[in-house]
Design a protein around this ligand. Structure first.
Ligand SMILES: C[S@@+](CC[C@H](N)C(=O)[O-])C[C@H]1O[C@@H](n2cnc3c(N)ncnc32)[C@H](O)[C@@H]1O
Length: 505
């Protein structure tokens, strides 16, 4: 997290002030003098603006930002400021746009998109980061002058001055007045309404909430989605250890036995990460792969277990499964439909391949694999393409890109992939069905439909397979037999996992 700039202290995106925020105006920052910055605009704000524009054209902020920061020569605190501004300005536009509309006296659709991006950055400084009003306004107006033109700068100035007249809480009250609860939460926590409704239904369906507790839980979940995820590393078994990551400055996690948390710094500075012996990976993903590896297989292949990752790209879980398999004399086949993503799987597996871990990587449509290789694999992971509603913390723009209308198409594909995964499984073997979405139509409904349709698979209780770093069962996984992890409960992405067993013949 960045430290305060412009003489102010930061708030996180929920508006809570960080206890260690600095108030002093005396700090290291980019080399240019204030007078130069006024003329050219502050490079950190300019970087945030450039990323916002690129995202409007379809780019991903997490890919675009590092490139723009590098080109602008921004490091340390300035890079931290630019990151928080970029992510907050994009993530929180569901709140900021209605505020801007009231302050500007016109709908956001009638504001030139580049100017709207500048205003969102100004709004985030004022309402999300609590940069002092004068600095937020004057620096953002300077940015507007350089990127939007002198006329637009006057408009930006007037709108930001109006926004600065009220606190975040006052604006939230104003823009949510007269809305129903879901709509009000959608604005306050900046999530599309259909996502709020889907998450609310999922909390109840997966047993995380009751009708009585769901409103408070939903608010905690939405707030967690707006907090940047902690950087968790995985030590790939046999290639790296948690101790090695701890020696490099990370802290052992109490959740995943393979995880270490980096509170600050660049993961690529750690040799094990550069060498792909370790990697950045959400702890939920680690726990899922460990759970599949821990399940009992009946009548395993007498020549050694065969494991399959049906949808492997970019390879995070495949790398974990491949190394776990190697420790037991088993072999993984990592399959991925896209050529480009198959290449990413190979890159992710580089250290494993260098260490002679036996793993095969191939490109193919997972929907065909069951018919091509029936009754073959002892353990199969179907980590299906999904809406990603469980990983909204990671990509600030993803909530604005997905549509409710994506769900039926995805759930049809998920069903086909799960059926193929079952076909490819040896009788007695296990199938782990996973999504990084808790949406009921991508999780429970898919699994219940397929299991209900077939006599050769049963759903088993997956909860006992989720064990923490101390060897204790992980709490609050849901009513079972499936598992649902949550950002506001477990600190992971909202990953879903169902364990199916193909009946022995
Ligand atoms: C959720 S991601 C998998 C993440 C991966 N298991 C990991 O941990 O890195 C889903 C993947 O499925 C792939 N996919 C989509 N349709 C597929 C299909 N018909 N057959 C196989 N893979 C498919 C996507 O390209 C994407 O890489």
């Amino acid at each position: 997290m960045p430290e305060g700039r412009d003489g102010g202290s930061y708030r996180n995106s929920r508006g809570r002030q960080r206890p260690d925020a600095r108030r002093s105006g005396d700090r290291a920052r980019s080399a240019s003098r204030p007078s130069d910055r006024r003329r050219e605009g502050d490079p950190a704000r300019r970087a945030a603006y450039d990323v916002a524009r690129a995202v409007d054209r379809g780019a991903y902020a997490n890919l675009e930002l590092p490139r723009i920061l590098r080109n602008a020569g921004l490091e340390g605190r300035d890079a931290g400021f630019a990151t928080e501004l970029t992510y907050g300005g994009i993530r929180m536009r569901g709140l900021y746009d209605p505020v801007i509309e009231l302050a500007a006296g016109r709908p956001a659709t009638q504001i030139d998109p580049p100017v709207l991006d500048t205003l969102r950055l100004g709004a985030h400084q004022l309402l999300g980061m609590r940069v002092p009003s004068h600095a937020a306004a004057s620096e953002t107006v300077a940015l507007a002058r350089s990127v939007n033109g002198a006329g637009a700068a006057g408009f930006v100035n007037a709108v930001l001055r109006r926004i600065s007249e009220r606190t975040r809480e006052e604006w939230v009250t104003e823009v949510t007045a007269g809305r129903d609860r879901v709509d009000a939460l959608s604005v306050e926590y900046s999530h599309p309404g259909w996502v709020v409704r889907a998450l609310r239904a999922a909390l109840v369906a997966h047993g995380a909430s009751t009708d009585e507790t769901v409103d408070g839980d939903l608010e905690r979940l939405l707030a967690a989605d707006n907090d940047p995820a902690r950087v968790s590393l995985v030590a790939r078994p046999g290639l790296a250890t948690v101790e090695e990551l701890v020696e490099a400055g990370a802290e052992a996690s109490s959740l995943s036995p393979l995880a270490a948390i980096m509170e600050s710094g660049d993961p690529a500075a750690i040799a094990a990460v550069r060498q792909t012996r370790a990697a950045v990976q959400d702890e939920g993903s680690q726990l899922l792969a460990l759970a599949l590896a821990a399940a009992t297989v009946q009548n395993p292949n007498p020549d050694g277990e065969q494991w399959l990752d049906l949808c492997a790209g970019p390879g995070g879980k495949a790398a974990l499964l491949a190394t776990l398999a190697a420790q037991r004399g088993a072999v993984l086949f990592a399959n991925e439909v896209s050529e480009h993503r198959t290449e990413l799987v190979r890159k992710t597996l580089r250290a494993a391949l260098d260490a002679d871990v036996e793993v095969m990587v191939g490109t193919g449509d997972g929907r065909d694999l069951g018919a091509e290789e029936p009754d073959t694999y002892d353990r199969v992971l179907v980590d299906a393409p999904c809406t990603g509603l469980g990983a909204l913390r990671r990509r600030p723009e993803s909530r604005w890109r997905r549509q409710a209308s994506d769900v039926p198409q995805l759930s049809a594909l998920q069903r086909e992939l799960l059926v193929s995964g079952i076909e490819a499984t040896r009788p007695g073997g296990v199938i782990g069905y996973a999504t990084c979405s808790p949406h009921v139509a991508e999780t429970q409904l898919v699994v219940d439909d397929i299991v209900g349709d077939r006599t050769d698979v049963v759903l088993e209780d997956a909860r006992p397979l989720f064990i923490d770093a101390e060897g204790a069962p992980i709490d609050r996984l849901g009513d079972g037999p499936t598992v649902q992890l949550w950002p506001h409960i477990h600190g992971t992405d909202a990953m879903y996992f169902a364990l199916l067993r193909k009946q022995p013949r």
